[in-house]
Design a protein around this ligand. Structure first.
Ligand code: FMN
Length: 235
């Protein structure tokens, strides 16, 4: 997708990243750490979904999970990502935000703060408008989620003790289509979709560790103001 010439040039690490993780690569996960409200690190794996035109990493979450709670408190994240072939590790630091579905009551004011946090300008970046995010959310819901995964957003809130859930696990929604004409299924989809959110990560540091090179190579890019500064360090 092309962006206006007023937009800052792509960070240098993007080319490296895109030569290793191709958009067609359909399944790769990384460990995403957040800080809980007590300041303790919490880490879990998530699926990489896309790198946006402004070099933001996209993944998805259920709004009822813990990471949205952590990110509202502190957007600081770190990613550790091991790619078996060609034997590289990415370590990415930055700020992450859960994008509220466009129809949420207070989404406009939340969206403004999120744009600021992600360093996006509605006049310069395609990601600067709520419709862009809603379009991506629907696209991922329709094309990237299995029926089982869509169903998970309609099941009981993740992390709830089973003893507090009336419905037996065998009666939970097992699978959902992306859309339906059946009013009951449509209602289930709406409910599930209301918990399905994009999570965007704005990198401020990107480290590449290359283990196939002899000796190994380790390169760090750090965002200083608007500039990415590269330093090669001993591995
Ligand atoms: C291979 C794999 C992929 C996963 N992908 C995601 C994902 O894309 N998004 C997500 O929210 N959770 C994903 N999960 C589940 C998370 O690891 C975690 O259990 C869940 O997000 C709840 O974490 P939280 O309550 O700390 O937010 C994945 C787990 C595994 C093992």
């Amino acid at each position: 997708m092309s962006v206006s010439s007023a937009v800052a040039p792509k960070p240098e690490w993007v080319e490296k990243f895109e030569s290793i993780v191709k958009p067609s690569q359909d399944y790769t996960t990384y460990a995403l750490s957040t800080l809980n409200p007590e300041g303790k690190p919490k880490v879990r794996h998530v699926i990489h979904r896309d790198l946006t035109p402004s070099a933001l990493f996209l993944t998805t979450t259920d709004t009822r999970m813990q990471k949205p709670v952590h990110l509202r408190h502190d957007p600081t994240v770190e990613i550790a990502w091991w790619i078996v072939e060609p034997a590289v590790q990415f370590r990415i630091t930055g700020q992450a935000y859960v994008i509220p579905p466009a129809n949420e009551a207070d989404s406009a004011s939340k969206f403004h703060d999120i744009l600021t946090g992600l360093g996006l300008d509605p006049d310069k970046n395609v990601e600067g408008k709520p419709e862009w995010w809603e379009g991506q959310r629907k696209l991922l819901w329709d094309k990237a989620m299995s029926g089982h995964l869509r169903g998970s957003f309609g099941r009981p809130p993740p992390g709830t003790p089973l003893s507090e859930i009336e419905q037996k696990p065998e009666d939970w929604i097992s699978s959902l289509p992306n859309d339906s004409d059946d009013p009951k299924v449509k209602k289930d989809i709406e409910y599930a979709l209301s918990h399905f959110a994009l999570l965007a990560i704005k990198p401020t540091g990107f480290e590449l560790l290359e283990l196939k090179a002899t000796p190994n190579k380790r390169t760090q890019w750090t965002l200083k103001g608007d500039e990415w500064v590269r330093v090669e360090v001993a591995p």
